[in-house]
Every structure is written in C-alpha cells, then in structure tokens.
Design a protein around this ligand. Sequence first.
Ligand code: 5AD
Ligand code: SF4
Length: 454
Amino acid sequence: MKRYHVTTFGCQMNEHDSERMKGMLRSLGYAEAARRGDADLILFNTCSIRESADSRFIAHLGEARRLKRERPERVVGVGGCWAQSLKDEVFERFPFVDVAFGPGQVHRLAEFLISDSLTAQGYFEFEGFTGHLPALRARPFQGWLQISVGCNCACAYCIVPSTRGREVSRPLAELVQEAEAMAADGVREVTLLGQNVNSYGRDLPSRAPATGPRAGGSPATRPTFAGLLAAIDAVEGIERIRYTSPHPKDMREDVIWAHAELASLCEHIHLPLQSGCSRILKAMRRTYDRQRYLDRVALIREHVPDVALTTDIIVGFPGETEEDFLQTMEVVEEVGYDGAFTFIFSPRRGTEAANTAEANVPHPVKVERMQRLVELVQRRARERALRFVGRTLEVLVEGPSRTDPDKLRGRTRHNKVVNFTGLAAPGELAQVRIESATSQTLSGEESLLARVAG
Ligand code: 5AD
Ligand code: SF4
C-alpha cells in the first residue's frame, strides 16, 4: 500500500483542504505515513500570507529534495497559496517537484495521481468550489464547512485575492445538506469557512419573486449570511456554530442579532481591525474607518454583552507613523479584545503595498511597536478573562491537556481554551467551573454534579 505525508501551513481553509486531500487519498488506497521519510507521496499545502510563511516552507522543501534524491520514484506535490502565487515558476526553481496545484484544487492532485503522468504538472485555474470530497477529520466531532471560495476585497497588503480568485458562494441548500451529513457523522461543532464569510450569498442568484394573483409583489430574495446561520442552527445535532473570518464592513445587524437569537451560534466574533487609524485603514483599502469599526463593536456589545471579541492587527504598514500606531493602541485599549493575532507588515508579491519603498517603516521600529502592542493585547485579554473566574461554562472536550496529561483540554463557547480536571471524554460537552485565568487560557474543574444531573 502506498503511503502519503501531508504538511499543512497557513489558515483553517488550508487545514480543511488538507483534510479533503487525506480523504481523497484514502479513497485512492493510500495510507498516512507518520513521518515524511516513510512516504511515497510527499505533499505540502502551502501559505504565502507573510514572508515568514514562505521561508518556513522553503526549509521543509529542502528535506523533500533530499528524500526525492534518495528515492526518485517518490512523488513531491505542492499545493496551496504559495504554489498559486508562483505558478509554473515552482518547477523552474524547484525541479524536483512533480505536481503543483492551487488552493482547493485537491481533485487535480487526484487526476495527476491516477494518470501516472511522468512529466511535472501544474494546475492553477480558478474553478469555484470543486471539493465535494469526503474529509478525513482530525477530530470526529468538529468539522469545517467551506461556504465560499475567493475574495472580492482589495486590501492593499493581502495576497489572497490573487491566490484564491473571485468570491464564489456555494448554494444554501447544498450547505445545509452538508451540515446534516456532518451531524449524522457525529459532528457537534461546525466552523463555517470563507475568506470573507459575511458577504456570503451576494454572488448567488436571487430566488425569483412569487408570481400569481396572491403573491403581492414580494421582492426577490438572495441567501444571506444571517439566513445561512439560521438554517445551520436548525440542523439537529449541530450544537455549536463558529465562523471565520468576517469583514467589519459586512458585519450587518442581522448577523449580530443572530448571535443573540440562535442557540448554537457561539458568543465569539473574530473581527479583524488591521489598524485603528482611519488614514492607514484608507491606505489599506479596508473601506471602514476607526469610528465605523467602533460603532460595530458597540452594536455587538449592546446585543451580545458577554461576547468574546478577537482580532487581527498589522503593525508597520507603509506610512504608519508613531501617532497612527498610537491610535491602534487606543482602539485595542478601548475595545478590550479577548485575544488578538498581531503581525508585522511584510510586502507580498503583486500586492499594492509591496511597492512603497519610500514609505517603509524601518524593521526595528516595527519590532518595537509590535512589542508594545503585544503587551497591551495580553493585559487586556487577561483582564477580560477574569470575568469567567467563578462561572461554570460549557466546554467541548478536545482531549488531554497539552501541558499536563492528567488534565483535559477543551474550548468554551467564547473560544477560550480550558485545562481542567474531570472525567469527560473527547467530544462531550462538560460543565466546568473556572478557577483561574491567564491571557491565553482558563483552568478549572468539571462540575460532576452537573454531569450526574445531565
Ligand atoms: N503582512 C502582514 N500581515 C498580513 N496579513 C495579511 N497580509 C499581511 C501582510 N502582507 C494578516 C492580516 C490578516 C491575517 C490573516 O494576516 O492581519 O487578517
Ligand atoms: Fe495562507 Fe491566506 Fe492562503 Fe490561507 S488563504 S493559506 S492564510 S495565503
């Protein structure tokens, strides 16, 4: 039996693509190898979001070259955003690569493997959603549901629109069916995935208005993200819904209300800020300003007071002054995020912000800003986490704790990691009394009383 090894870089979309790759390879009769050196098929699912992602991957590729030299009949495949951003250049620069394919083009990999092709092949057409392949899920009770591919935004720093193409939404009925199938398969928590999830449906045809004498001229309707959330909420067996990532410009009130109204929609919103300075936001082409972002946050907090908010922030975007940066710090202080991913700006191939040499922020300045930002993010996250101490929260158990094998690990609906003592099994929803909190994690003890009662 042939064996494969997949290494995944980048976002959850890539992790999901890798699960589908594994599902597809299983159906072709391949088994998973624990180590790259034991594999006949060496695959990389790559990311190109920042320079650091590129360089991490290139180091791994070096090992693949060595393994291929050792046994030339081995197949080396490179998929994902890095491959897409370089296209056929991949083969010129790395001649030992046999097959390269863009993000989501998992079925193309299958085509290559079945065809026994002897020449290197590249597959880089955008084809909308093509992966109706069974996923080999890392945990049977958590599943990803890809609701759209691509992105119609033009953020000046971002490579994604060029690697994943224009936005294409999947039909609502198809998504509900897939969620039902996942639930039947034991999935309790589903995460809706898209580059910009809350613009879901804008590219879909509207349902024709009802006609006939009693129709009353009802307007044509198009599926919306809020409508999709309600439809997935109605699926029996799905107890938690998450989604990532929304864009603040598309964060409509109906989605915020959905958080207040739908039982399975979690109290967590990841709302990428990128910068707290309106001038920089404009240069980034984010299409909202500081005030509009803060208004969205206020509306969210009004309807869902206990919500956890997390964000993405870039420091050192070209032209960012100390004053601009301080405005970002102010927003972080004011919003009080439960967590944030912070990034140093890095220029990406072909993006608008890659050609701004004269406006570049010196690296040491970027690093120093980053340090101040991380400190503030951590302080606010710790302060926010203290509100959970003393409360009993529902935790979806994921497995043993990474730091202490005698403990369990899981996540609250707020997406906080909890390490706790208890008896629950992976996949169960436990009631955990929270005893302490740091900026990153909570710890506590399972309420066995609730367990007996439940
Ligand atoms: N440089 C730094 N950070 C970036 N991001 C996207 N592109 C870049 C870049 N060129 C960050 C954004 C985005 C997250 C996934 O990565 O904050 O939300
Ligand atoms: Fe990386 Fe972005 Fe591609 Fe995800 S979509 S793999 S984060 S470049």
